[in-house]
Design a protein around this ligand. Structure first.
Ligand SMILES: [Mg+2]
Length: 216
């Protein structure tokens, strides 16, 4: 192991655009969200699209605004919108080998819900390597980067932040984690310059971070 990662016992991964490229699913999930909101809120497609984006920016997750302002059932919404065609996803054997080589627990921490993470992990053939999924339903609808989301993860999963890493493609989600003591790793194309102090490691993709961590 690389010395900077030797103390890590809990490997906490975001899901979408961290463990797989989610672009292939986003259009379909987005359309399902808009259709659900239009139907449930009695809105036009344009209004529904506006609400979807407005609540996402306002609350960090569209569902939070839908529950608060429209009384929409979160379980029903999350199950419906995430029922996307996963046949476009392909397993990555190299990623699987790297995750399998990590010492300690691997946890997926996502703002998704409705069984999305479990289905995607199964499709990616990573499900047997992940000890648990902690999604927005487990977090009682507190999305990252709200502090409550991390607090609930820590409490429910028994994560010790000073022995954990969070690997994420969304920059803003790393800030509270770092403040709580997590090592942080940013993956993906977003590389702010200068690098914020709350980003400990960064790379174009998760496999690069894991190779560095494993000293490969
Ligand atoms: Mg993500």
């Amino acid at each position: 192991m690389n010395a900077a990662f030797q103390h890590i016992r809990d490997w906490v991964f975001d899901l979408d655009n961290t463990l797989y490229p989610a672009r292939a699913l986003y259009d379909e999930i987005g359309e399902r969200m808009t259709a659900f909101i239009a139907r449930a809120a009695g809105a036009s497609t344009d209004e529904a699209l506006f609400l979807r984006e407005h609540y996402f920016h306002e609350y960090g997750a569209t569902i939070v605004g839908l529950v608060r302002h429209h009384g929409i059932d979160a379980r029903e919404f999350l199950a419906y919108v995430h029922d996307a065609d996963l046949s476009v996803l392909t397993p990555d054997p190299e990623l699987r080998d790297l995750i399998a080589a990590l010492p300690g627990r691997r946890i997926v921490f996502t703002n998704g819900g409705g069984g999305h993470a479990e289905r995607v992990l199964k499709r990616l053939q990573l499900d047997d390597l992940i000890e648990g999924v902690f999604d927005i339903e487990h977090a009682e609808l507190a999305p990252k980067p709200q502090r409550e989301s991390y607090d609930r993860l820590i409490q429910v999963r028994g994560v010790r932040p000073d022995r954990a890493i969070l690997v994420e493609d969304t920059l803003r989600n790393l800030e509270p984690a770092h403040a709580m003591g997590f090592v942080t790793a940013l993956v993906g194309p977003v590389h702010p310059d200068p690098r914020p102090a709350y980003v400990d490691h960064w790379a174009d993709e998760v496999k690069t971070i894991l190779r560095v961590a494993l000293g490969l």
